[in-house]
Design a binder for this molecule. Structure first.
Ligand SMILES: NC(=O)c1ccc[n+]([C@@H]2O[C@H](COP(=O)([O-])OP(=O)(O)OC[C@H]3O[C@@H](n4cnc5c(N)ncnc54)[C@H](O)[C@@H]3O)[C@@H](O)[C@H]2O)c1
Length: 138
């Protein structure tokens, strides 16, 4: 199976969607590491898997350069979900907050490039803010 034995980093993995993604990856045999600052995410979503040793949980902010460098170490694939995106209408009313997501990308992508780039062995998969209902017109 594709994910069996793969080392996967899920940024924002303590979110509702991120925790389900992380669980699905564990079920498929991946070695999952989650980095999340718990600003909106919940460690409790992952508690059982952390206890069982299926998921390595790192509580850190993606703006922390050392934490990001450590988080991508040994990783094959990154699902980049960490973001400030809010709900419907949030993008219109909180533009500066949403723009801060570019800074998160800016912290992560260079570290991944050092590991071979997202077109090489290390792949980047991201749920982008443009895919969020918050970004769609009513
Ligand atoms: N909820 C939706 O309807 C929806 C739809 C499409 C895509 N998405 C995307 O899925 C992802 C998860 O969204 P969600 O709705 O489950 O919950 P969410 O908004 O809580 O997810 C964001 C996660 O990133 C973490 N985070 C935020 N800033 C961080 C930082 N600086 N460093 C480390 N971690 C940080 C938060 O603690 C949280 O766990 C987001 O990327 C979102 O854009 C969501």
């Amino acid at each position: 199976m594709f994910w069996d034995g793969r080392a996967v980093l899920v940024t924002g993995g303590a979110s509702f969607i991120g925790s389900h993604l992380s669980e699905a990856l564990v079920r498929r045999g991946a070695a999952v590491r989650v980095i999340d600052n718990l600003s909106t995410g919940r460690r409790s979503y992952l508690d059982q898997h952390i206890r069982d040793g299926d998921i390595e949980f790192v509580q850190a902010d993606l703006l922390d350069a050392e934490a990001v460098a450590a988080a991508v170490r040994g990783i094959d694939t990154v699902f980049h979900l960490a973001a400030d995106h809010g709900g419907r209408g949030y993008v219109d009313l909180h533009q500066a907050a949403c723009a801060s997501n570019l800074a998160l990308d800016g912290m992560l992508l260079p570290r991944m490039q050092e590991r071979g780039g997202w077109q090489g062995r290390l792949r980047l998969l991201r749920l982008r803010i443009s895919e969020s209902p918050a970004a769609r017109p009513d």
